[in-house]
Design a protein around this ligand. Structure first.
Ligand SMILES: CC1(C)CN=C(N2CCN(c3ncnc4sc(C(F)(F)C(F)(F)F)cc34)CC2)S1
Length: 513
């Protein structure tokens, strides 16, 4: 049962695609016309644009002038061009129909020639063996060894022209390959740092289809259940984004990487990504996809689209979605928002977002494949928060956060979340490198402020919380009546003892003990 036919007559008429808006218009027509958008076709198109714009010539920025190395055939020419501040789309390649059709036909033939469904009894739904077989076909046609973390390796264009894919790209290629075979049940499952496949009549089966991280044996073909049982962040406690075809299109658009170099992004590619994300947003295909909302918010922060909502609202929407549909088990929506507040010098709000991120991670056990989120918290704790302390360092202004007990409470909640994350984990999180910035930061706050943060626990709460339950406490931090104390729930210690502890700690910090 072959998959989708190639391009329709209506599709072909729109080529060659010469501008950002023509590509966006093409995408929109495909998304509005079918319930099965062709992942291979769309990935080839966006990959062709991204790779042509960002890889074919290297800009060496020398002030306003730049030397552009352009390869024509075998020769490389040097051109001195005056780099206009805003490029007028001169970078945009013409996407020719025959290039796209050739690559699309190549992908179909790689899949259809390697997987004979007769051998599996021509089933209506995919099986673990079939998904593993498609993963093997992609896996065994990749270049033997290449730098896997390089940019622009996420699309089928990269796979078909260079036999290179990153870990997300392999997962996308497997799902696209299953679509070519005619399976409508195979979909992408996305955590915050890993992707796998779900399949079967009720979509309840799942399988690893790609690798994760460095130096980890791949588990392709196996179910992901063990990862969920280990309570590692990598599997988001069994709350991944389960994609539809449309969310898979959102994922391939979200994975577009506009960077030309470490310091330069292509304006055209970023604008293409932003416009396509708005098309997907308006068709409600981002409603269950926090990271895509976060990506769109980042792009809007850089280049606000007139008439659209504020980027701050998109960051909040992503948090709302994660709370409502994913059990508040996703961390990135909070660190997306914290990053935004930090860049805009809204430090109190940033501390609150980071404390909320730590409240999410506290329910997990840290495992060796959680490095990405470890690095995220390490950067917040040892770079971003110390920078905030430095710029607020004077602390003389009455409004300084160093005099604000709510900020101190957010900070304590941040560190407490990370400590609880470590508790019960086989792998330690904190080490001496964390301690110096931590003590430095806490001691920056006024003694008065530290005194106001009363750690409390209500006995009632203690009785209701079931034994060993690590669910979040319903009231993570409350203002009392006169709003100048912040009461943090603390399940295990008695209030009196705790108060004495806090006073003693304050004396140490004040150098009085
Ligand atoms: C607050 C941040 C540090 C800013 N960017 C972040 N991103 C950038 C974009 N990003 C993503 N954005 C959209 N979708 C996905 S699916 C995915 C993944 F599951 F890990 C995969 F598929 F294995 F690569 C990652 C990811 C990963 C997280 S988090």
């Amino acid at each position: 049962m072959a998959g989708l036919a190639s391009l329709s007559e209506e599709d072909r008429r729109q080529f060659p695609l010469k501008t950002v808006s023509s590509v966006v218009k093409f995408f929109e027509s495909v998304l509005k016309r079918t319930s099965e958008p062709d992942l291979a076709l769309l990935s080839i198109i966006v990959g062709c644009i991204e790779n042509t714009v960002t890889c074919s010539h290297q800009h060496i920025q020398l002030g306003a002038k730049s030397i552009v190395l352009t390869t024509v055939g075998e020769e490389t020419h040097e051109k001195i061009v005056i780099e206009p501040q805003i490029k007028k789309g001169d970078d945009f390649p013409e996407i020719q129909i025959d290039m796209i059709e050739a690559l699309y036909a190549k992908f179909r033939s790689v899949i259809l020639s390697s997987v004979d469904l007769n051998q599996y009894g021509n089933p209506e739904f995919a099986s673990r063996e079939i998904v593993k077989k498609v993963s093997d076909v992609i896996w065994n046609t990749l270049t033997r060894s290449y730098y896997k973390d390089r940019a622009h390796l996420q699309s089928l264009y990269s796979y078909l022209t260079g036999n290179k894919l990153d870990c997300f790209g392999v997962a996308l290629a497997v799902v696209a390959g299953c679509q070519v075979l005619g399976f409508k049940d195979v979909h992408l499952a996305l955590s915050e740092d890993h992707a796998w496949a779900v399949f079967g009549p009720d979509g309840k089966e799942n399988a690893e289809v790609t690798w994760h991280g460095k130096g980890n044996e791949d588990k392709r073909g196996q179910p992901v259940d063990a990862g969920i049982r280990d309570r590692s962040w990598l599997y988001v406690a069994g709350n991944p984004v389960i994609c539809s075809r449309f969310t898979e299109v959102a994922a391939l658009v979200s994975s577009i990487n506009p960077s030309i170099s470490a310091t330069t992004d292509s304006i055209e590619v970023a604008s293409l990504q932003q416009s396509m994300l708005w098309v997907l947003h308006d068709l409600n295909h981002l409603n269950y996809y926090p990271m895509a909302l976060g990506n769109l918010a980042d792009l809007e922060e850089l280049n606000p689209t007139p008439g659209r909502c504020l980027c701050s609202q998109l960051f909040s929407q992503a948090i709302e979605v994660a709370r409502r549909y994913y059990g508040n088990c996703h961390v990135y929506p909070y660190t997306y928002q914290g990053g935004y507040f930090y860049r805009n010098r809204m430090y109190k709000e940033a501390l609150e977002s980071w404390a909320n991120a730590a409240d999410t991670i506290r329910s997990y056990n840290y495992s060796r494949e959680d490095e990405e989120i470890y690095k995220e918290f390490l950067e917040i704790a040892n770079e971003l928060i110390p920078f905030v302390m430095k710029v607020e360092g004077s602390g003389h202004s009455a409004r300084s956060i160093l005099k604000d007990s709510e900020c101190f409470a957010h900070l304590l909640r941040f560190y407490d979340g990370i400590c609880q994350w470590e508790e019960g984990s086989c792998t330690p999180v904190l080490h001496i490198g964390w301690a110096k910035p931590l003590v430095n930061t806490i001691s920056k706050f006024d003694a008065q402020v530290r005194r106001h943060v009363v750690i409390s626990c209500s006995d009632a709460e203690e009785e209701t919380a079931p034994e060993g339950s690590d669910e979040l406490h319903p009231h993570q931090g409350e203002l009392d009546a006169n709003a100048n104390q912040v009461i943090l729930p603390r399940p295990q210690a008695k209030e009196k003892e705790l108060e004495a502890e806090v006073q003693a700690e304050n004396q140490v910090l004040d150098g009085k003990a």
